[in-house]
Write a protein that binds this ligand. Structure first.
Ligand SMILES: *Cc1c(COP(=O)(O)O)cnc(C)c1O
Length: 412
């Protein structure tokens, strides 16, 4: 009989979101009239910017006439999109990133998982706790971990705890790790990293021969001018970091699908015989072999993000979500709840009141306010005692949810 990849059996059963759905459904069955508001989702809610839609409609027309029709595009993405990204997202901020180092893809989630294809199986891997679960689960699937314990921690991974005590930025490890996942602005905590913090990581990585996987999916939500948007704003990062970016959160492309990964040509790793190998070449080979590029229509939509109208419209989208985040922060604070994040990120990370567990707070919020959020413990053992509230929602829903909470709290 055909055998399977046994590593999949090590994965915790998809627990978090199914369990949320189970509790919400059970509540809705006995409370048919309750209008439940979901602030748990990590998906955008507002329509695509007009500039992107117009560009995609035009691209569909291109596909309808023989002269402009496009078949397979370059696996790495069209040069006109890569050049705009290099100029507007990186060079404008002083980052030394060339268009040829940018790989267009259909999502950061897949890139974060696929990147493991080009790395060895004996690397020591560090993740923060709590963390975006994709980083952990893709390593489990690739056989880079042992089994999971009752707290949800996998053997063989190095967990770097983040909490209010360290401003939700991990201490630099005392041991040597080979691959490090960092996500700033952070999902789920909404925390950001200063230049000094990122510099400490870059220095660590360079002196240990480590590579940083830097997930900047939320960089567009940064409003504080001192906070870096890219790891390449830090000197030396070209020699130790890969950056993942996405159009999902800044331009509402979660259902349209377009993202990018930056692999500097100066980045190297070690082969089994100890020689130094360019990572760019491996990723280029991986993408040209296993990927056939993002649709022309979608890439034209992404390109429009960099037009004058596109910039104004994406900024308006971000301002809209960040106003939601501000309302959430203010109202929860008014209700006597401690909040973090939500200033340069669309997530507010809440300390559960009265030392409630993440799930007890979830139940209280659901039953007393009919509001749904995400229990922090679902993002890792050190997320216990915290709760994520997302700013991705309509203004009316955010206002109504906060009204219910301020009226019902403090709860005992
Ligand atoms: C939403 C999100 C992404 C983007 O994923 P896509 O596949 O591009 O939609 C990447 N990283 C994190 C942490 C996210 O929350």
């Amino acid at each position: 009989m055909a055998t399977i990849n046994d590593n999949y059996l090590k994965l915790k059963a998809g627990y978090l979101f199914p369990e949320i759905a189970r509790r919400v459904n059970a509540f809705a069955e006995t409370n048919a009239n309750a209008k439940v508001i979901r602030l748990g989702i990590g998906d955008v809610t507002e329509p695509l910017p007009e500039a992107c839609r117009t560009a995609m409609i035009k691209a569909v027309e291109d596909m309808g006439n023989r002269d402009d029709f496009k078949g397979y595009g370059p696996e790495q993405g069209y040069a006109w999109l890569r050049e705009k990204i290099a100029k507007h997202d990186f060079q404008s901020r002083g980052c030394d990133v060339d268009a040829s180092e940018i790989f267009i893809s259909d999502g950061s989630k897949c890139d974060c998982g696929n990147i493991l294809d080009i790395f060895g199986n004996n690397n020591t891997i560090a993740v923060t706790d709590p963390v975006y679960p994709v980083y952990v689960d893709t390593n489990v699937m690739a056989g880079h971990t042992g089994d999971v314990n009752e707290k949800g921690e996998y053997g063989g991974l190095v967990y770097l705890p983040i909490s209010a005590d360290n401003n939700f930025t991990a201490e630099i490890p005392s041991q040597k790790v080979d691959l490090i996942y960092l996500c700033f602005p952070n999902n789920p905590t909404g925390a950001t990293a200063s230049k000094e913090h990122l510099k400490a990581w870059v220095d660590y990585a360079r002196s240990n021969g480590s590579i940083i996987f830097f997930d900047a999916a939320y960089e567009a939500f940064i409003s504080d001018p001192d906070i870096p948007h890219s790891i390449y704003e830090i000197e030396g990062a070209r020699d130790c970091a890969i950056e993942f970016r996405s159009f999902s959160k800044n331009a509402g492309f979660t259902g349209t699908r377009c993202a990018l990964t930056v692999v500097p040509k100066t980045l190297t790793g070690s082969s089994a015989d100890g020689s130094s190998v360019e990572i760019w070449k491996l990723w280029n080979r991986r993408q040209s072999t296993k990927f056939n590029g993002v649709s022309y229509i979608v890439q034209r939509g992404a390109e429009a993000v960099y037009s004058e109208e596109g910039k104004a419209q994406t900024k308006a989208l971000i301002d809209f979500y960040m106003e939601n985040a501000k309302i959430i922060r203010e109202k929860l604070t008014e209700a006597g709840i401690s909040v973090y994040g939500g200033v340069n990120a669309p997530y507010v990370w809440v300390k559960t009141p009265n030392s409630l567990s993440s799930w007890d707070f979830f139940d209280k919020l659901l039953h007393t306010c009919n509001v749904v959020g995400t229990p922090g413990s679902g993002f890792g053992a050190a997320g216990e005692g915290y709760f994520r509230i997302s700013a991705f929602n309509s203004r009316a829903n955010v206002e109504e949810a906060m009204k219910r909470i301020t009226e019902k709290f403090p709860i005992t």
